[in-house]
Design a protein around this ligand. Structure first.
Ligand code: PRX
Length: 655
């Protein structure tokens, strides 16, 4: 456990009330109406969720069971109801909003497409029929490895429509990572593209997919390939079919498959504290419910909003706030294919100006990077359409928060700092912007019905202000993960290991201030947060030791001004340590190696060579010591148990 994360260091006192303009049009516009929602949840927890589920979801067969706790912690919600997520995102809007824009897409090269709800519905139905024609049936797993184009959303929605379980793999992951995820899920089909445009280059998705399939993935029967870039790629006619050929002649009507509320909607792999990513399994109705509610409560979504969440569909944020939430509430979602730096650091603001974005949701890493490029760039654009800003994925430092507030939000837009996880499915702790004043760096208060707490080792609620502890959720909520795919035991031991299995353990430490506001302090496990993306230290270590020259490796995080955390690797080689600990060619090779094994986001920023790693007498790597060294801080830990104290100098890069 990262005990150093339990001590609070940050104290921020500024309070920002929402402007009267914002409050005037906000759906929840007073502390009283928010308090009434919280009271309703306190008075009758199940009744609260049941009413919302009836109001917000269109059911094919209504549910009568609300929460089934008989197999806890495998909780079930609304489990005798039947519904379909794609129906809820598309069909139910056709009468009222069929001609409204569902998706506005901008490619990195500037190509723009706009799809109405009717267009999107037709595309999803057509593609769903193509999936069926390829033999995909309810319950089959389909892996999606796509660029950020509307077709990625079409593929996800089409799976949902026929009850197939999608597992989206981020396009920045390598063929090796793709293979692991395909194999773990036992996927029958892979949907990919010839490539995508990012950073002025082509992301070679098909090439990586071919590599994955050449080295395993026996369960894959066919591959659908969307033509995005049009450059030459290998094509295996026995296995691959072009998207445009697969949909040829398909009907644009496809009756949704009515699935049980608990039917898995998707798996999404995320890092934990072992080397093997976990397939987080989400449900259909419960997931959809919190997606809808948070669109309304946190993003205050209205019919005329242009909502832009910059996350890739390969992450949970891109699931809930690109592919499902905005559509379920019938709003307009903007999708951008590429990097924020093409052609220059003004791209995001240029898109906001041209498409009149009203709600903008991004990660602190992006905010910090764009802040660094100066105020002159955003000043060139008219950002007055924006009325609400959001952040997600990592703690935001007050300096970046204030910049975002002033320079991007013109000091008029509330900022919703949303704490949540792949596992929670939707925002959990976040401001309801018309009713809660914000503080830079705090995700503020849990949403109605989310019973979050900060507890000590014994599971007692910590009431002393600013004292850190474990962040837990005391009651099951509809969009919680259901299990880890194929590994119920790991689900129980990871999320319910302490406190007699009574609380969901988030894996973060947090504190509450005197006003009860939550401040996330960091992970308590060996999970890194690089640019808002989760990576297990063990995953990077496993990749490193798979290199023929590496005998042992230990990976820790160190603070990074832009990325939040950077990856610091200590490596013991087979054979001799390089002279003076420097071997630039090998360092380059190892970085490229990790990139190939996992993906570019996992590349170590620093690699330091030592004769051995610091271990306790019982053989445990002294990670805390390694973290101290990585931060360049003075060593205060007891190092007397070290077998070879001389290696301290090597680890510090001094010899
Ligand atoms: O440590 C917390 C951090 O990101 C972790 C979840 O990562 P992931 O499952 O990849 O989902 C990211 C997008 C929801 C959390 O355990 N985290 C997420 N949001 C915040 C945050 N840390 C501080 N403030 C946040 N708003």
């Amino acid at each position: 456990m990262n005990v150093e994360n339990i001590d609070s260091v940050l104290h921020e006192e500024r309070l920002f009330e929402p402007s009267s303009d914002f409050v005037k049009s906000a759906t929840i516009n007073s502390a009283e109406s928010l308090a009434a929602l919280r009271r309703a949840a306190d008075d009758d927890y199940q009744g609260f969720w049941a009413k919302l589920a009836r109001d917000e979801i269109s059911w094919h067969k209504p549910f009568s069971n609300v929460l089934d706790e008989s197999n806890a912690p495998h909780y079930q919600w609304f489990n005798d109801g039947l519904m379909n997520v794609s129906y809820n995102c598309l069909d139910r809007h056709l009468q009222t909003r069929g001609d409204n824009t569902a998706i506005v897409f901008e490619g990195e090269k500037g190509d723009i497409t706009s799809l109405t709800y009717r267009d999107l519905h037709a595309q999803v139905c057509t593609f769903a029929n193509a999936l069926k024609a390829q033999g995909v049936v309810k319950g089959d797993r389909v892996v999606i490895y796509m660029p950020m184009t509307p077709e990625a959303v079409v593929a996800m929605q089409a799976c949902a429509r026929i009850g197939a379980i999608h597992s989206v793999v981020f396009g920045g992951f390598s063929g090796e990572s793709l293979k692991d995820r395909i194999e773990d899920a036992g996927a029958k089909m892979l949907i990919t593209a010839d490539g995508g445009n990012r950073g002025g280059k082509i992301v070679e998705l098909k090439q990586a997919a071919d590599k994955a399939l050449a080295s395993g993935c026996a369960s894959i029967e066919s591959v659908i390939v969307f033509k995005r870039t049009g450059h030459n790629v290998e094509f295996n006619r026995d296995r691959d079919v072009w998207w445009h050929n697969a949909i040829e002649g398909m009907d644009s009507v496809c009756e949704p498959e009515w699935v049980e509320a608990e039917h898995p909607l998707f798996l999404l792999y995320t890092s934990g504290s072992t080397g093997k990513p976990k397939g987080i399994q989400h449900s259909s109705a419960g997931y959809l419910l919190n997606s809808i509610l948070t669109m309304k409560w946190v993003f205050d979504i209205k019919d005329d909003d242009i909502y832009w969440c910059t996350a890739d569909v390969g992450w949970i944020t891109g699931h809930t706030y690109v592919a499902y939430g905005p559509l379920a509430v019938g709003s307009t979602a903007l999708i951008y294919e590429g990097a924020p730096t093409v052609p220059d650091n003004g791209r995001f603001w240029d898109i906001c100006q041209r498409h009149k974005v009203t709600i903008f949701y991004t990660a602190p890493t992006a905010i910090r990077a764009l802040m660094k490029s100066g105020d002159e760039i955003p000043a060139k654009y008219d950002l007055s359409s924006i009325r609400l800003l959001g952040t997600v994925g990592e703690p935001i430092n007050p300096e970046a928060w204030i910049w975002y507030h002033k320079v991007i939000g013109g000091a008029r837009c509330p900022i919703v700092d949303t704490w949540w996880q792949t596992e929670t499915g939707a925002n959990m702790i976040a401001p309801v912007p018309g009713a809660v004043a914000t503080k830079p760096g705090s995700c503020t208060l849990p949403l109605p019905g989310i019973i979050a707490d900060v507890v000590d080792e014994e599971g007692n609620s910590i009431t002393t202000p600013d004292k850190g502890g474990y962040l837990v959720i005391r009651k099951p909520w509809p969009s919680m993960l259901r299990t880890i795919w194929g590994d119920d035991e790991r689900y129980v031991s990871t999320y319910w290991p302490k406190f007699d299995g009574k609380f969901y353990l988030a894996g973060d430490s947090a504190r509450r201030d005197k006003d009860g506001y939550f401040w996330i302090m960091g992970r308590i496990d060996d999970v890194l947060n690089v640019s808002g993306h989760r990576l297990g230290t063990m995953e990077v270590e496993s990749a490193l030791v798979a290199h023929p020259r590496v005998a042992e490796a230990a990976v820790v995080g160190r603070p990074d001004e832009i990325k939040g955390e950077a990856i610091f690797a200590y490596v013991v080689l087979r054979g001799d340590r390089p002279e003076d600990g420097i071997d630039e060619a090998l360092t380059k090779e190892l970085r490229a190696w990790v990139s190939e094994q996992i993906g570019p986001i996992a590349k170590p920023d620093d690699i330091r060579y030592a004769d051995n790693l610091p271990k306790t007498r019982s053989g445990k790597i002294m990670r805390r010591l390694l973290r101290t060294i990585a931060k360049g801080e003075e060593i205060t830990q007891d190092t007397s148990t070290l077998e070879n104290e001389a290696i301290l100098l090597q680890l510090q890069g001094k010899v």
